[in-house]
Design a protein. Sequence first.
Length: 256
Amino acid sequence: MRQFIAFTKKEFREGTATFRAYILLAVFLLFGMMSPLFAKLTPEILNSLGDMGQGVIIQIPEPTALDAWAQFFKNVSQMGMLVLVIIFGGIMSNEFSRGTLVNLLTKGLSRKTVILSKFLTASLLWAAAYLLCLVVCYGYTAYFFESVEISYALLVFVSPWLFGELLIALLILGGTLFGNIYGSLLTCLAAVVALNIVSIVPRAAKYNPVSLAGGTLSILYCKGTPSDFIPALIICAAATIMLIVISILIFDKKTI
């Protein structure tokens, strides 16, 4: 446990020293601010463009809090996940390229500790960034729009975070397998592409973790139910744990 705490502290120091943590927090803070602002201003922008035309009238319904949350899910599930992958793409591969683990491992540091510590550090930073984005978006949405009741809020908002955990686990596996950032990114990309291909099959959608990235928005619009996403939630959590276990087994046998 002492090794685990010490190595985790080292990971947090490295995250702040390389500005990785600050960049992640800043980007998601921006997403949290942009989502309700964009929902609020889009009708006004389109109306002003319509006024510039020759008799063209653009009728846009009055924006609501649901529009702000729709923009939130869009930002997080697209650009947000991309930023997450870029930020943590080198979480394992950087250790191989710099050779920083050699001395630590020869001094008795457990290889399992390395994987678990890196996953915990990335998970906490991701959770902090996502929570910051969510809180800021909630505050701005409450200021600009009338409040709406969000059914099954825990499921709706935890789902994108859990999919982000799966991406982190894939990056760690890819970095452990190939020892470079390209292998890490390609492993994550290949998995996401495969999941999107599987989502084409209607019956597989409710079991597909990729539906967690933004699909739970349908619950807010009363077009989906929790039962549509619970199987994907369970599979995503199980896959994340499995990927970390596989990464540990591979790293135990890998020559540094």
